[in-house]
Design a protein around this ligand. Structure first.
Ligand code: G3P
Ligand code: MG
Length: 248
């Protein structure tokens, strides 16, 4: 692999999900206020196969109620409040459509790391639908460095995205790097490893970079740790602390 990181090096996690309700338009605006021009967010499908920004497969934490996201129509879900849990000033902030967030980010020059986050059981379908929609939304963009990077913990979702939109590059999201990572990433045809920093060390970073892969890490909320990871050769960090890590 010979992947040279073309994207920003600091990425706001779930929008700016500790400064505004995560995975909402408000969180994207908050990242911009801090000068961030790169964002990670989670994309899931509704019952009618519409991609929306959502982290949890069940209602209850960020959106009041009970039951699975996969049982709600987009027309219902996108009317639901996704901001009040965070603070009364965000009451009325709704669950956004993925395509609306893409338009906002493009309009403001924000690069996107799109985490494909399927409801369990919907891995392949989520990969297919998110990839197909993304491909159509970026059909007018000739510069592929402006396209999003897909990432997912779910192999089936990554493979479905690959077959649906092979030109959109993918990152393999992992907690720990397995011993056979190199064989597996070759099969997956991903260009980036996206690893939990808690399980990274200098040796693993050096090996991944020596093989020519891009390397992202999450979720880094400490300036000294960020400096250490960059010094080891990590390309980019996903952070909640957009106030601590300056945008780069
Ligand atoms: O992209 C890294 C990070 O978003 C993965 O964890 O649970 O915040 O989606 P999570
Ligand atoms: Mg995520």
């Amino acid at each position: 692999m010979n992947f040279n990181w073309p994207y920003p090096k600091t990425i706001a996690h779930r929008g700016a999900g500790k400064f505004a309700p995560e995975n909402t338009l408000a969180s994207m605006k908050k990242g911009l206020e801090f000068g961030y021009r790169a964002v990670e967010f989670d994309v899931m499908l509704t019952a009618d196969d519409v991609p929306v920004l959502m982290h949890d497969p069940l209602l209850g934490r960020t959106v009041a109620g009970q039951g699975s996201i996969a049982q709600l129509q987009a027309s219902e879900l996108t009317r639901m409040d996704a901001g009040r849990w965070f603070g009364s000033e965000y009451a009325g902030e709704t669950v956004p459509l993925y395509e609306d967030i893409v338009r906002f980010c493009r309009q403001h020059g924000i690069w996107m790391n799109v985490e494909i986050k399927p409801v369990p059981g919907y891995e392949q379908r989520t990969g297919e639908v998110v990839a197909a929609l993304t491909q159509s939304l970026f059909a007018d963009e000739a510069d592929c460095n402006q396209w999003p990077l897909f990432s997912s913990f779910q192999i089936d979702a990554l493979e479905a995205a690959r077959y649906t939109a092979p030109d959109i590059q993918r990152g393999w999201l992992l907690d720990r790097v397995p011993p056979d990572w190199l064989e597996r990433i070759r099969v997956l045809d991903c260009v980036v490893m996206d690893c939990n920093h808690l399980h990274l060390d200098q040796n693993i970073v050096t090996r991944i970079k020596a093989e020519g892969y891009g390397l992202m890490s999450y979720t880094i909320n400490d300036a000294a740790r960020a400096q250490e990871l960059f010094a080891w050769g990590v390309d980019a960090l996903c952070t909640d602390r957009i106030d601590l890590l300056s945008a780069s």
